[in-house]
Design a protein around this ligand. Structure first.
Ligand code: GLN
Length: 484
């Protein structure tokens, strides 16, 4: 029997009952990786050899009955923009191809304390900028459901390895949808917590007011376990963990709003039908479904593509060959920095830096960045008002099912549109989860997204678990060319 698609609590029970050893699961997961990685390319690096002793130690803890907790001995993959001491953090960029992290991100310290074993580092769009992993400097990841299609992005590697079974769960980062969109494309669960609940210390910054680390898992319960083990205040991240007391949405007889603007133009028929199907399921669970209008969601892409590049242009200034980044020689220090940045960054990253620098430059600041901040504040207000009427909001996670390689890479606007439904949660700072619920007419995964007010993460997860229990979806694709 394969164990790589079991839930974390099922695995933990097998460990405790001595029916499975952590080292056996570990071998199974790496064997699965050996059979699938040549097709999927989800991991950039696998930590197989380094972990043999750790797996044996975990075996002993269970044998002696001294296990630490639910995550002890669980193999988890980490997006390659999160630092693990002693290992490369490349952000899928030539700029950092030689960078070895000297420290652990706070989430890594927390997971190590729980006995987690890291399978390796996963592929992403360079510096987390993209929606398909086509922007990785080390080649794209393929979608396990159909390798001619993208796995989504930017956490495409993290979603693909969970879907393929070469990790039990993974961590991703989400600035405008990078956990939820790839989770949806690969038919797994992706959860973006409330901004600030999980420390960003040790995550390479893209857009600091939007970035959030979160889990990608086979089921909602696993996301809940990982979220609760990672959340909390961290003195190294001033924005982290300050949970405020918030009125929680209802779990029974809840009122759920379908966002009208995310069921209109640009959303495929399949995606709309999926939301309607799930709405019926929710009604059968005793909830009330209403339609709500949030007109500013239509502006979210425009707002995001001013704020995110502006913050990225500031954050990425440290990659100059002096502070960070592979140095490329020049006759003067200016020329050296110019060469370093010209050679180190790929085209999408350069474009964002240019856009952001322009939006922040004197004379344009008020017209672009300043306006975007105002629109963001108005959008937050629109959501706050709506949550006075409803407990949760629901929409498709993505406008369509996974697209083919090359299909959108020449049409930037269309690529950016693939985050239409996910960006609002980052701009507002609220939690949002993507749950796979069915298949499109192409036989590919489709998901719905559920959102709730900031600081109601565990209630949202509990609510989602109830929905998941009435959805029949298998998250194990048959990988073409996979012989195991
Ligand atoms: N796809 C979006 C972008 O390219 C979001 C990326 C993310 O969430 N990291 O910016």
């Amino acid at each position: 029997m394969n164990h790589y698609k079991l839930s974390i609590s099922e695995i933990n029970k097998l460990f405790k009952d001595k029916k499975l050893k952590p080292s056996e699961l570990y071998s199974e997961v790496f064997e699965r990786a050996a059979n699938t990685e040549s097709i999927i390319h989800g991991h950039l690096t696998l930590f197989q050899d380094e972990n043999i002793k750790k797996a044996a130690d975990a075996d002993k803890r269970y044998e002696n009955g001294t296990e630490l907790g639910i995550l002890d001995g669980i193999p988890i993959a980490i997006k390659d923009n999160i630092n693990i001491a002693g290992y490369a953090t490349t952000c899928s960029s030539q700029m950092l191809s030689n960078y070895i992290s000297p420290y652990d991100a706070t989430v890594i310290t927390k997971l190590k304390d729980e006995g987690v074993m890291f399978t390796g580092k996963t592929n992403l769009d360079e510096f987390a900028m993209g929606s398909s992993t086509e922007n990785s400097a080390f080649g794209p990841t393929k979608n396990p459901w159909d390798p001619s299609r993208v796995p989504g992005g930017s956490s495409g590697g993290s979603a693909a390895v969970v879907s393929a079974g070469s990790a039990i769960a993974s961590l991703g980062s989400d600035t405008g949808g990078s956990i939820r969109q790839p989770a949806s494309f690969c038919g797994v669960v992706g959860f973006k917590p409330t901004y600030g609940t999980v420390s960003r210390f040790g995550l390479v910054a893209f857009a600091s007011s939007l970035d959030q680390i979160g889990p990608i898992t086979n089921n909602v319960e696993d996301s809940k376990i990982l979220f609760n083990s990672m959340k909390g205040f961290d003195p190294f991240d001033a924005t982290s963990g300050k949970e405020s007391k918030t009125k929680q949405p209802k779990l029974k007889n809840a009122k759920i709003g379908i966002i009208k603007e995310l069921m209109e133009d640009g959303i495929s028929e399949d995606a709309k039908l999926e939301v309607q199907k799930v709405a019926k399921l929710l009604e059968s669970q005793g909830h009330e479904i209403v339609e709500v209008s949030l007109p500013l969601t239509k502006m979210s892409i425009s707002i995001y593509y001013l704020i995110a590049p502006a913050e990225c242009s500031a954050n990425l200034s440290r990659f100059d060959g002096v502070r960070y980044g592979n140095r490329v020689a020049g006759n003067t220090s200016y020329e050296m920095m110019e060469n370093t940045r010209a050679e180190g960054f790929g085209p999408e990253v350069k474009k964002r830096i240019l856009l952001g620098t322009y939006a922040l430059s004197a004379g344009y600041y008020d017209a672009f960045y300043g306006q975007a901040l105002k629109a963001r504040a108005m959008m937050k207000k629109e959501f706050t008002e709506t949550y006075k009427e409803v407990d949760y909001l629901i929409s498709p996670t993505t406008p369509s099912d996974p697209f083919k390689f090359g299909e959108k890479s020449d049409n930037q606007l269309e690529m950016y549109m693939s985050d239409l439904c996910t960006i609002p949660a980052n701009l507002v700072g609220m939690p949002a989860i993507s749950i796979p619920t069915g298949l499109s007419s192409n036989g590919l995964p489709l998901s719905v997204q559920i959102m709730s007010p900031a600081n109601t993460d565990n209630t949202l997860l509990e609510f989602s678990q109830k929905l998941e229990s009435v959805v029949s979806f298998t998250s194990l694709p048959e990988i073409k060319g996979d012989v195991s």
